[in-house]
Design a protein around this ligand. Structure first.
Ligand code: DX5
Ligand code: ZN
Length: 216
């Protein structure tokens, strides 16, 4: 069963309550919450108080994607604000295995699910040593920083590599894909082995319930 995680980066904030109600009527199970610090990526988004507001407004699982230079600091900030999953970029820790494992352990010690992700230019091999340590592996199918970009088909190979590695090791990690997901690309990434689909502009650009349904 594919999990759909609408990215609230693309939510129409002038219609917040209406769109949250539509999401609750839809088959969406998670909310994907893009945190950007204006340094790791050239955009600035939400702080912890906005996540607290979402936790008050929705029962959906809060999947927080940290696109920040300091995921060590901000993982605590957003866990305190109610994050149920924290996904961070290996590049933010210079792909240093000691720092990456330490942050994975720190997030798990707070009884929060942990995900690891890479930018499109980072080889998928970087993720392989961690597949039995984490709850999720996120493949970015756009350059992180903005919604509404075109899907990068080269991400399909990365998904297939992860699918094979997870199946071979019997690891429980989910594969999440984020960026340019629509009715067509959803089929491609599911066929490649993805479990969780993040979509922003496709879901919030029209009929939310129908758009979510079309991704399942
Ligand atoms: C991009 C974010 C994505 C983005 C997806 O940096 O991580 O979650 O909001 O937006 P769409 O679905 O419009 O590509
Ligand atoms: Zn994201």
């Amino acid at each position: 069963m594919t999990i759909i995680a609408p990215s609230v980066l693309s939510l129409d904030y002038s219609r917040f309550s209406e769109q949250i109600a539509d999401l609750h009527r839809s088959k969406a199970q998670w909310l994907h919450f893009d945190v950007m610090d204006g340094h790791f990526v050239p955009n600035l988004t939400f702080g912890p108080d906005i996540l607290k507001a979402f936790r008050k407004a929705s029962h959906l699982f809060m999947d927080v994607h940290l696109m920040v230079d300091d995921p060590d600091y901000f993982s605590d900030v957003f866990i305190d604000a109610g994050a149920q999953m924290i996904t961070f970029h290996t590049e933010a820790l210079n792909d240093d295995p000691v720092r990456i494992s330490a942050l994975i352990d720190k997030i798990k010690a707070r009884h929060v699910k942990v995900g690891l992700t890479i930018k499109p230019k980072t080889p998928v091999d970087i993720l392989l040593p961690y597949i039995t340590e984490v709850d999720m592996l996120l493949i970015m199918s756009v350059e992180p920083g903005f919604g509404g970009q075109a899907f990068m088909p080269q991400s399909l190979d990365k998904i297939a590599v992860l699918r094979k590695a997870i199946d071979q090791t019997g690891a429980h990690a989910l594969i999440q894909v984020d960026g340019g997901i629509n009715g067509h690309t959803a089929t491609l990434v599911k066929d490649a082995g993805a479990d969780v689909l993040v979509a922003g502009s496709y879901i919030f650009s029209g009929n939310i319930v129908a758009a979510v349904e079309s991704l399942c």
